[in-house]
Design a protein around this ligand. Sequence first.
Ligand code: 5RP
Length: 229
Amino acid sequence: MGNMNKNQQDTEKRAAALEAVKFVKDGDVVGLGTGSTATFAIKELGQKVTEGLKITAAASSVKTEELARSFGIQIVDIQNLGFIDVSIDGADEFTQTLDLIKGGGGALFREKIIASLSKNSIIITDASKKVEKLGAFTVPIEVIPLAFQYVFDQVTKLGGKSKLRKKDVETFITDNGNYIIDADFGLIDAPQELARSLNQIDGLLAHGLFIGLTSKVIMSSGNEILVFE
Ligand code: 5RP
């Protein structure tokens, strides 16, 4: 991608992030996503905290936790949270019906727990993330290492051309100590069915199909903000 495009994309990511942060109120427990788009929201929230906004936050990754702390945002453990007021996260793809593929950054498991706990789960994107059908972006699947070959074979049986994710030459390891399989199912006609089939595979911790977990998508495109809900 050329620099012009990247600058435009960053402008859009930031605009969507600023719009989403408006939904955060004093006293809220806020879920913080992972990735370049979520980072714009975390920075903006940090700015508001220095101006007096009182929030606590649940972080979807070690990276996000460090970033949020560096901006003075107070982090709480997810394990004892009964709910999250509002969460703000990015996505790799989304459809008009608010189905998503997430996990490009490898944080899908915690992101999914945060989305599930959220009363208001907001996704922020630039215009490049909107698709008619999911699947041009491969589906990230977090797998417990011991079950790697089993899960890989089951995903293949479901029609997913799978690859173990690498970071340079090393196997990519998630914050939870697991592997990621990136599975290419082609364009996905029935994402809910595929999600259900994947959910049945033992040893598969989480997949990047987020179905029915999103309250709204705020997409910035050029000078426009579009909201899908
Ligand atoms: C991380 C994610 C991210 O939200 C997704 O990869 C989008 O990232 P970016 O905002 O950098 O484009 O799901 O697991």
